[in-house]
Design a protein around this ligand. Structure first.
Ligand code: ADP
Ligand code: ZN
Ligand code: ZN
Length: 802
């Protein structure tokens, strides 16, 4: 087997195949599937993945592999197969799918070095090469006589490790450790000799006499409440010694963690967890939808299912939305499973992410908690996959490969024959419909564990406020209630639901929103030509001067930012102190956490923010939640807008009154009768599900059909329109009669970065060949895509339709 099949990093659509390369003698014993290699490709050298080996090739004059980047494969065989599946499902390149599985550090070519990680003697040639050093450059090894198999064995035996030098030095973290340098009785003697005034020195010595292990310097100083100079006195006397060591960059402070044990489950929890544990025990695949109101103890169900998996010696993947990967959430897993947990979070630096990934790869942990891409954790013995808040749209990746983590989870779980739990207080219609059909098993937690009712929700009709002469964005009752809470020393969460603002058009007198006559979806306002457009069916009309319903001239598009809200809030209520949380104030690493801590420490009485405050937060002292404009999302040009509104309102309401104090929610809206607002205020998911399913059926949207969104972009507008038109025609020739092809339509952002954008949408029930049809079309345009910079983006089951 001296020929390797390599997937090369050339992102051009016609090149989705493997290339054969000769394996040079020196790599023959070590090269396995899943390793990254450097290969010559035309005049360039490129990174690639070995996906197979062979004894012969149908090509002559094979080039040789230039370099091997890994001694431990970066990807397992399972992940290689998974990559193929993902590429096929999402219609993206195999190489792109593979790269999506790896931490950033491994996607590029980084400088390598070899580090000694044992104090034991290394095999002779290595010992000689290191010559007393701890780290050597990889080039030194290559220049030596040591062969790769020897190196690989040393890695496997835990004697050395290969390190990738991440560009920024800051990402490497070293700490100073302090340890006793003399035996206990000598420390005891030294203690006796100390002058009576040297109290602090004595304290440190006593510490090390009692616990002679090394301890991190900062931690020691904190524990004993002492200073570096006191410590230095003892170091100078050679009673203690210090050394520096690299640590895994752990972004979460483990020292503050107190371990918890399994709670006694409520009857509902018991009923929910039992069938899951049965599947874990029998090693069978199944998908469970855990539908539980906020505070009903879903997380405890996850924890106990994972416990079972750990007992069996298997591994668990837990996905949570990026936004709710808060320290609060992570802490609950660390409290239960301690250092057995790795965390994958986009706020980590490249180096930190790589560390966490390596802990998974080396099987140093059995649990990973992470955002979307953690679904690719390189575990080899998965016992459960959990997706919390399964309705969150962040589970769908918006770039290539456009995968949905839920689909990948189910596919992986089938491979590993293990259960999947999808948890939510407001499941997607897709998932709930599957549960209704019995495709997923439904578990229900209808009660909060503290037996408290969900907080009462009061809807305030903002049209009435306007008629009463109140033009501010705070209703009279919300203002009153805020003042009341401030007086009582309680806290308030205010949600500004900003997404979609400034695009939809609404009458401030009667609440009328302009919708498309064919699609029942709000029209989007295009400021530049004063037009209203539908993004599903191309309908367009002129922006009216007067409301078509009531003739009022107060028909406007909407726009408000958190900063503006904060200003008017402090003007209206001078006692209000506000912490503002939005994209702007949370951009810096750690700022999200800092702001939350400030709020918990009552440094402000109001937390004002966008969607990001709705999730995963748990504040004891919050008794009032206000939603400033519940409608703003309702009128997005998106068939999921009612569903998203219902989800957001339910979620944000769950933030109030989770503890001793009773909570209350105020929802301000111009459309108080809309079913998603009304039903959310009653926490009536079942009724909402029925109503919304009716709408989806009428207008033919998921889960009744599947969708594909094709977006064509190019600098030339005529060309974009023509190509899209042609694609529609080609599709119509191939698809079944009952399949709908909509378009060509300009995208809702018709020009982006000087490129025009047109789209076409396919709605289908059953088109087993659809990917082939689309691929054929893409092939037809391959030349133009390569040479003329034409882009055709394919999004299977899209979430963003703009
Ligand atoms: P969810 O994830 O459904 O929002 P949580 O898991 O956060 O709910 O649970 C809400 C609260 O109830 C938490 O403080 C949790 O510790 C507590 N809890 C969960 N299960 C139990 C139980 N069986 N007995 C007592 N308290 C519980
Ligand atoms: Zn009107
Ligand atoms: Zn329309």
């Amino acid at each position: 087997m001296n020929i390797a099949k390599v997937i090369v990093d050339v992102p051009v659509s016609s090149i989705n195949q493997t290339f054969d390369y000769q394996i040079p003698e020196r790599f023959q014993d070590i090269l396995t599937n899943g390793m990254r290699v450097i290969v010559p490709f035309g005049p360039r050298k490129l990174m690639g993945f070995v996906v197979g080996k062979a004894t012969e090739s149908s090509f002559d004059n094979l080039k040789e592999i230039s370099d091997v980047l890994d001694l431990t494969p970066a990807l397992t065989n399972e992940l290689l197969d998974l990559g193929k599946w993902v590429a096929n499902q999402t219609m993206s390149l195999y190489i792109t799918a593979l790269q999506a599985m790896l931490p950033q550090v491994l996607k590029a070519q980084y400088k390598k070095e070899i580090k000694r990680i044992t104090d034991e003697a290394l095999p002779d040639p290595l010992e000689n090469l290191f010559a007393g050093r701890d780290v050597i450059a990889f080039e030194e090894l290559e220049a030596s006589t040591i062969r790769y198999p020897q190196l690989q064995k040393a890695v496997q035996d835990g004697e050395i490790s290969i390190e990738y030098l991440v560009k920024s030095k800051i990402t490497k973290k070293y700490v100073t450790m302090i340890a006793p340098a003399r035996e206990s009785y000598l420390l005891e003697e030294a203690k006796q000799d100390l002058s009576t005034s040297a109290k602090k020195q004595r304290q440190i010595l006593i510490y090390f006499i009692e616990s002679p292990e090394a301890i991190e310097k900062q931690l020691l100083l904190k524990k004993l409440n002492t200073t570096s100079s006191t410590l230095k006195a003892l170091l100078d006397k050679s009673l203690l010694g210090s050394y520096r060591t690299e640590v895994y960059r752990n972004p979460y402070d483990d020292d503050t963690i107190t371990r918890t044990t399994a709670l006694e489950l409520t009857e509902e929890q018991q009923l929910a967890v039992q069938p899951i544990q049965e599947k874990i025990a029998s090693g069978e695949h199944d998908v469970f939808l855990l539908h539980g109101v906020t505070g009903s103890g879903k997380t405890e169900v996850y924890l106990q299912a994972i416990q079972e998996v750990i007992y069996k010696g298997k591994e668990a993947i837990v996905l949570v939305p990026e936004i709710s990967l808060t320290p609060q959430m992570v802490k609950r897993f660390k409290e239960r499973f301690g250092t057995n947990v790795a965390v994958m979070h986009s706020a980590l630096s490249a180096g930190e992410k790589y560390d966490e990934w390596r802990r998974i790869q080396r099987k140093e942990v059995q649990v990973v908690v992470g955002a979307r891409s953690a679904i690719y954790a390189p575990f080899e013995n998965i016992g459960i996959i959990i997706i919390d808040e399964e309705h969150e749209t962040t589970y769908k990746q918006e770039d290539q490969p456009r995968y949905h983590a839920r689909d990948v989870a189910i596919y992986r779980a089938e491979t590993h024959q293990c259960p999947v739990i999808l948890g939510s207080a407001t499941p997607t219609l897709e998932s709930f419909a599957r549960a209704q059909k019995g495709v997923y098993k439904l578990g229900t937690l209808s009660k909060r564990t503290n037996e408290k009712d969900m907080p009462e929700v009061n809807i305030v009709d903002m049209r009435e406020e306007l008629h009463a002469g109140n033009r501010s964005m705070f209703s009279r009752s919300l203002k009153e209630k805020i003042e009341e809470r401030i007086q009582k020393g309680e806290q308030i969460v205010l949600l500004l639901n900003r997404r979609g603002h400034s695009t939809f058009v609404m009458c401030r007198d009667c609440g009328h929103v302009k919708e498309c006559p064919h699609c029942d979806i709000a029209l989007t306002f295009h400021k530049n030509n004063n037009q209203l457009k539908c993004h599903y069916c191309s309908h367009e009309e002129v922006m009216p001067r007067n409301c078509p319903e009531c003739e009022s001239d107060l028909i406007r598009y909407f726009g408000t930012g958190t900063q503006k809200v904060e200003e008017s809030l402090t003007k209206l209520i001078p006692e209000a102190s506000v912490i503002r949380m939005d994209v702007d104030t949370t951009r810096r690493k750690g700022s999200h956490e800092k702001l939350l801590n400030q709020f918990v420490n009552k440094e402000a009485n109001i937390l004002l923010g966008t969607q990001m405050i709705a999730k995963g937060l748990d504040f004891e002292n919050v008794t009032l939640v206000g939603v400033l404009t519940a409608d703003s999302m309702l009128h997005l040009p998106d068939f999921r807008s009612s569903e998203k509104t219902f989800q957001l309102l339910t979620q944000v309401s769950g933030r109030a009154g989770r503890h001793e104090l009773t909570g209350e929610v105020i929802v301000q809206t111009y459309t108080p009768d809309h079913y998603s607002i009304e039903l959310a205020s009653n926490y009536d998911f079942t009724q909402f599900y029925k109503k919304e399913m009716g709408m989806r059926k009428t207008f033919q949207y998921p889960p009744y059909v599947f969708l594909v969104l094709l977006t064509v972009t190019h600098q030339n507008k005529v060309k974009v329109a023509q190509v899209t038109q042609r694609i529609v025609q080609l599709l119509l020739k191939s698809v079944k009669d009952e399949t709908t092809v909509l378009g060509p339509t300009p995208s809702s952002i018709p020009r982006m970065k000087d490129r025009y954008r047109y789209q076409c949408m396919i709605k289908y029930r059953n088109e087993p060949q659809l990917r082939d049809y689309i691929n054929k079309i893409l092939d037809q345009y391959a030349e133009e895509m390569r040479k003329e910079d034409l882009v055709i983006k394919v999004d299977m089951q899209p979430y963003h339709l703009m």
